[in-house]
Design a protein around this ligand. Structure first.
Ligand SMILES: [Zn+2]
Length: 504
């Protein structure tokens, strides 16, 4: 009996020491948010970023531990804790050998859009679950889980499989949509928002020397690629919060919001532009409004908020050249051309690629079969040719990644974390640091610091504010939230619980 009592007391002690469980988790991503955007414009922030930096647990060395650093991969990592090697989300799109075509991370032919016409989307290609899924399972479905973004993948992947809804924006429809995967009709509050013609409220407005058009299809396109896009997402998120009464019930709810306008503007103008500074200030304001709304809804002690970016971005190569920095631009896909030439020289003519060869090189297996060429040998020939192209940094073949035969420093490690045998290309080709492929002014996807280093801040009554300089990964977010919420850690998580931020 004494022993039983002692055990019971110690169990109570563990339970008593657990951090306070919030009523609402708010998981915020800004698409293409470099870490240094927080420090560069620190003195200009007055709202959300200011509050997070002053009152939150701020990680100064949070990184993605995978390649490629792009939207779908960052968003799938955020609340699953998984690397692409485990989640299966290896890119925004990839060549699906079984379907014989390029697919996106969320494309799903079995679904339809709701709120617009066209094929819908779902999380079915993501093999692992999210924190929201764990909340759903632990509460017998009572927790409400909602994802919101301008982009489909950024709304769908953080929310997870069992989510109540994911909402994203379709420029052509001029409103937020969802898919039949979640529900057959938009809720009344979302329909009303769309019916109010949300882009129209920004018609004719100016930001810096850019003007939003007053009508037409280009109106919504211009809104989403401006500070007003953040504002529109925030308004929709606030409406969801209120209409769905998030955080107002017995079980914990989760709202995932991803702001995409930072990415749309960042690609066009680059990280060093006045436009990007303007977007950072607009993001500060949008986040401030969202935190205020959350606080009104559940009180200052009722929520935990986590903020990150899904990836960073490299400077525009032409801007870098002016300041004597390394880097440059590789156009015309010389790598694919070199590989094609080498394979033809060795084996004769064939259609060597199974895909367009713009997003990784997938060899045409039928061509290899008909010529009785060993796939691994063809990959090696292709890799040698690719490596000979100027400004190619490293090449990884499928076989090297399958059997761990590569230079295993942090770069090799990140490439291996991004490799999923059934979905990844035959060849992963990396360019030198600060080199960019294609004609988009600024870009991202590399395993280098400017693309992997992102903000990570937690805020809430159960979070101990302060500056945390120890290196962490974004994979740590999911297990940290799971521990805080006292639910099981998502299946694919490779992160650790950031227990140092919990209020004892
Ligand atoms: Zn991007």
């Amino acid at each position: 009996m004494k022993r039983f009592l002692a055990i019971a007391l110690s169990v109570c002690a563990i339970a008593g020491a657990a951090p306070r469980k919030p009523k609402l988790v708010v998981a915020v991503v800004f698409d293409q948010l470099r870490y240094d955007y927080l420090t560069r414009y620190r003195s200009d922030y007055r709202a959300g970023f200011d509050r997070l930096l002053a009152k939150g647990a701020v990680f100064t060395d949070a990184r993605y531990d995978h390649y490629p650093t792009i939207t779908a991969v960052g968003h799938s990592t955020f609340l699953t804790g998984a690397t692409p090697a485990i989640s299966g989300i290896v890119g925004n799109s990839w060549f699906d050998r079984a379907e014989g075509k390029s697919v996106t991370s969320v494309s799903d032919g079995a679904t339809k859009l709701v709120g617009a016409t066209g094929q819908g989307a779902s999380p079915r290609r993501m093999l692992v679950d999210t924190v929201g899924d764990q909340l759903k399972m632990a509460s017998g479905g009572a927790s409400r889980v909602i994802g919101i973004s301008l982009k489909d993948r950024a709304a769908i992947l953080p929310a997870g499989h069992a989510a109540d809804a994911a909402y994203w924006f379709v420029d052509l429809a001029g409103g937020f949509v969802t898919s039949t995967y979640y529900q057959d009709a938009l809720p009344a509050w979302a329909r009303d928002f769309d019916a109010s013609l949300p882009c129209q409220s920004y018609a004719g407005q100016k930001w810096l020397n850019h003007a939003i058009p007053t009508t037409g299809v280009s109106l919504c396109e211009a809104v989403t690629a401006s500070p007003f896009g953040n504002d529109m997402v925030e308004r929709f998120a606030e409406l969801a919060l209120d209409s769905e009464r998030l955080g107002k019930r017995e079980s914990t709810d989760l709202l995932a919001v991803s702001f995409s306008s930072t990415d749309l503007v960042g690609h066009q103008y680059g990280p060093d532009s006045p436009e990007m500074r303007e977007l950072c200030l607009a993001s500060d304001r949008a986040l401030g409004k969202l935190i205020d709304a959350v606080e009104r809804q559940v009180g200052p002690d009722g929520f935990v908020l986590v903020l990150t970016g899904d990836h960073g971005v490299a400077p525009i190569p032409e801007v870098n050249a002016q300041r004597k920095m390394p880097g440059g631009r590789l156009t015309g896909n010389p790598v694919a051309k070199a590989v094609e030439t080498a394979l033809t020289r060795k084996y004769g003519d064939a259609r060597w690629f199974a895909n367009s060869a713009e997003t990784g090189l997938y060899l045409n297996l039928e061509a290899l079969d008909s010529k009785k060429i060993d796939r691994a040998e063809a990959d090696r020939v292709a890799a040698e040719a690719a490596l000979a192209v100027p400004h190619v940094f490293r090449v990884f073949t499928r076989e090297q990644l399958l059997y761990g035969q590569f230079q295993n420093d942090s770069i090799g490690h990140r490439v291996a974390n991004g490799f999923f045998a059934q979905r990844s290309p035959d060849l992963e080709v990396l360019l030198d640091p600060y080199w960019v492929a294609g004609n988009t002014p600024a870009s991202h996807s590399t395993p280098f610091g400017y693309d992997t280093h992102v903000p990570l801040v937690f805020l809430g009554a159960s979070i101990r504010p302060g500056r945390y300089d120890r290196p962490v990964t974004i994979n740590d977010v999911a297990p940290t939230l799971a521990t805080l919420l006292a639910v099981e850690t998502p299946a694919g998580s490779v992160g650790r619980t950031l227990a140092e931020i919990f209020v004892p």
